[in-house]
Every structure is written in structure tokens, then in C-alpha cells.
Ligand binder design. Sequence first.
Ligand code: NI
Length: 138
Amino acid sequence: MSELIRFGVSIESHLLDQFDRLIEDKNYATRSEAIRDLIRNELVRQEWQDDEAEAVGTVTIIYDHHVRDLSSLLTSVQHDFHEQIISTLHVHLDPHNCLEVLAVQGKTRIIRQIADTLISIKGVKHGRLVMTTKGEKV
Ligand code: NI
């Protein structure tokens, strides 16, 4: 961990009030930790803007496995990207619905392609790509 530095921030009182309510809702112990997380989130967002950057994330999808050919299509897409999909969790939520969480690692451009491909398949009810980082820069 690098050296901690203190710095002053000038901010309008109403904005600080809103910030304090926000961080209380999110259970932050201090403003400092909340500000650090905001900065880290922005740095991760910036990392993901570079199409060729190496990144990690998860793709979560919910689908009805009774939809014709859907399960085999999803599996086929996952095999096409076996180099980037490093682990998969499958949960049979109820008699119809499956939850799948894919851990992905690779170039941001390809990870986005995997998420877009899976989420847009007919029968996938909801999906979300979570872009995160190994934290080498943050
Ligand atoms: Ni299932």
C-alpha cells in the first residue's frame, strides 16, 4: 500500500450534505473511504474505455431453459470464447429459470462482445456485465 496523503476539498454545503446522506445509506465509515471508492470506480471506468486493455469482470444472465435451443446456443457461444471465460456458475433457480455467472478475463473489447452476444440472445431475460479490475493501477 502506498503512502497516505491528506488533501483539502472545497465543496458547496448542500452537495456535502447530499454526499453525507449517500455515504450513510451505503454504510461507509468515513468520507475518505467513500471518496477513495468513487475515484477507484472512475479509474476502472477509464481502464475499460481502452478496447485493448486487459481486464476482468463477470457476466450474469437469467434465462428460461425451456426456450427451444437456448441452452445449447448459450453453451456454444461460451465454447467460442473459452479463452476468456475462466469459470462459470450455473444455478437452477426454479423449474424454469437458470442463473449463470461467467467470470471473464481478457481484452475489454472481447469481454464486451461476449456480454453483448449472450445478453442479446432471444430468451435471455436479463443480463449485466460487471466491469472490474485486478487493481494493478488503482
Ligand atoms: Ni439451470
